[in-house]
Design a protein around this ligand. Structure first.
Ligand code: HEM
Length: 483
């Protein structure tokens, strides 16, 4: 009998961790250029790693009980760090991500219903329609920058699903501003880390100038949406309508224009940048693992054609299916919200991508009071880091952690150990868009692979860099072939 060679195992190239703790200046430089390199080799084996920086202690936490204490049992003792506030406030203002206390609770209660599991069919409809439009425009048999393509796709999906606006008029300006911010002002410097958030650094002054330009653009989006006629029956059509209808539980007041702007900025930014990089890393992994790509493509095509057949039978019975919706069905490869639970291999690839390349690579908090984590004293002021990047590659939790292996997330695989897979965080501040992100990434990936075979034009490694999110250090050229 012929021997079937197992598929080669893909081990994506990533920056090597330092063997011993970085020097003071090495650490400060690493935070600014690529924060993935601040953790030593031992961090990937041990439950904790301490470090001191200008009189302040920093603690990396890998122990599940300690993670639970920080994020689930005692989150009130851990607020966002001054550096996170300095960097994020200019682009998201007082939106959900940075809000605290009662203001946070009120926003969370307003926003969560728009992203609840029961809203997924509606949101998936936006994903399918937008992805079909974007896939039609991708160049075939020619070099293509898939990083830029998925960034625009995810931005358009966020715009259409959350504020019912196409992003054509705003998207390129938004992406240009985000790129400008990412290459400079989003990189933390020493003073950003050591000074309290209330004390401005010279970079904060530049961030304020940037913020004014950015927020003007978001106000344009808010104005464009406000100028739309209201729904005839006043039913909320999207997240924006829910935000407008929300009233402060104590004062009964509506969100004012600035509050509305900050909420829209947060949801569009948090809602597209992370999903875009997830799609990028998934496509890179699949381009480098053709065997795995073929399995995902076969699944997407099979489930798409089964769904199309089932709908055709249903429409013959009722004779209601219009030619237009048949054409839309064909452009989507037959895929829709109902297909998502059946795309198990595609979803496993998305989950494994989030393990190897978690967009939110570190959750950083500051202890506002003393605490104890696993019998260890944690003084007030300690910067506590829970780093999905480290947890997802930790020797105690994963077998062959560096290998790309979607089987880990197939339905018959044992679930990951507690808190070992945290791409969306956990506890009360868990990502409010997690369901939507998984639905969006699974559907968009399946639609793309059902239609195109994805290859790369060079085989040089593409390294991840940790700066706010996990971005690639370069945008490699891909090539698409029609299947
Ligand atoms: C793959 C995509 C995504 C990843 C990896 C991701 C990751 C995360 C993580 C780790 C947190 C918790 C941060 C912390 O505890 O410090 C978070 C919070 C948040 N995410 Fe996501 N996210 C994604 C997609 C989305 C989407 C699609 C939306 C909106 C539709 C969204 C909106 C938010 C918001 C508003 C918060 C703040 C929640 C709060 O503080 O109550 N995210 N996200």
């Amino acid at each position: 009998m012929d021997r079937v060679d197992p598929a080669p195992r893909l081990v994506p190239t990533v920056p090597a961790p330092p063997a011993s703790p970085l020097s003071f200046w090495g650490y400060v430089r690493a935070i600014r250029t690529n924060a993935l390199t601040i953790w030593t080799e031992r961090a990937y084996q041990e439950p904790f790693e301490w470090r001191r920086l200008v009189g302040r202690s920093t603690l990396l936490v890998n122990a599940p009980d300690a993670i639970h204490r920080v994020l689930v049992d005692n989150p009130g003792n851990y607020r966002r760090s001054p550096a996170s506030i300095r960097i994020l406030r200019p682009v998201i203002g007082d939106g959900l991500l940075l809000a605290e206390g009662d203001a946070w609770r009120h926003q969370r209660r307003t926003i969560a219903p728009a992203l609840a599991p029961r809203m997924m069919p509606l949101l998936a409809g936006h994903v399918v329609a937008t992805a079909a439009d974007h896939l039609d425009r991708l160049p075939v048999d020619a070099p293509v920058d898939l990083l830029a393509a998925v960034q625009m796709l995810a931005l358009d999906i966020a715009g259409r699903s959350m504020v019912s606006l196409e992003m054509a008029a705003f998207g390129p300006r938004m992406r240009a501003l985000i790129a400008e911010f990412a290459t400079d002002l989003s990189r933390p410097h020493l003073f950003d880390m050591v000074l309290p958030a209330a004390v401005p650094t010279w970079r904060d002054l530049r961030r304020r100038r940037f913020s004014a330009r950015w927020m003007r653009l978001i106000e344009e989006i808010v104005d464009a949406r406000l100028s739309r006629p209201p729904q005839p029956e006043d039913a909320p059509r999207d997240l924006f309508d829910l935000l407008r209808a929300a009233r402060d539980p104590e004062t009964g007041a509506a969100f004012d224009r600035i509050a509305l702007r900050d909420r829209v900025a947060t949801m569009i930014l948090a809602g597209h940048e992370t999903t875009a990089v997830t799609l990028f890393w998934a496509l890179l992994l699949l381009a480098d693992a053709p065997h795995e790509q073929a399995r995902v493509a076969a699944e997407a095509r099979e489930i798409g054609s089964q769904a199309t057949e089932a709908r055709a039978v249903g429409s013959q019975a009722t004779e209601t299916r219009a030619g237009g919706s048949q054409a839309a069905d064909a452009r989507a490869g037959g895929l829709d919200a109902a297909a998502v639970p059946r795309l198990v291999r595609t979803r496993a690839v998305v989950q494994e991508t989030l393990r190897l390349f978690p967009p939110a690579f570190a959750l950083v908090r500051e202890a506002i009071g003393p605490d104890r984590l696993c019998d260890m004293d944690v003084p007030k002021g300690t910067v506590v880091m829970i780093a999905p990047w480290v947890l997802h590659r930790h020797a105690r939790f994963w077998r062959d952690p560096a290998v790309f292996d979607p089987d880990r997330f197939m339905p018959d695989a044992p679930p990951p150990p507690r808190h070992a897979w945290l791409p969306f965080g956990t506890g009360p501040r868990v990502c409010v868009g997690a369901q939507f992100a998984l639905t969006e990434a699974t559907l968009a990936l399946a639609m793309l692979l059902a239609r195109y075979e994805v290859g790369r034009l060079d085989s040089d490694p593409v390294l991840p860099s940790g700066i706010v999110t996990l971005i690639p250090t370069r945008a490699p050229a891909f090539r698409l072939r029609r299947r």
